[in-house]
Design a protein around this ligand. Structure first.
Ligand code: ZN
Length: 58
């Protein structure tokens, strides 16, 4: 996804977090905002997909 507006983007910029995969424990880089995943993440080890728009499973 392209950043179209550099000036106004600051307030919603997602945080990058390292979170363990809930299935296999592999460390994944997850983009999230207010606890909600903003970009789909696929675990390279077990293939689990964390969908965007949902909270990261604990
Ligand atoms: Zn995994």
């Amino acid at each position: 996804m392209a950043v179209l507006d550099g000036c106004g983007a600051k307030s919603w910029t997602p945080t990058v977090e390292e979170r363990p995969c809930p299935t296999c424990g592999e460390i994944l880089e997850v983009f999230s905002k207010d606890g909600v995943v903003t970009e789909e993440v696929k675990c390279p080890k077990c293939g689990l997909v964390i969908e965007a728009g949902k909270a990261f499973p604990q």
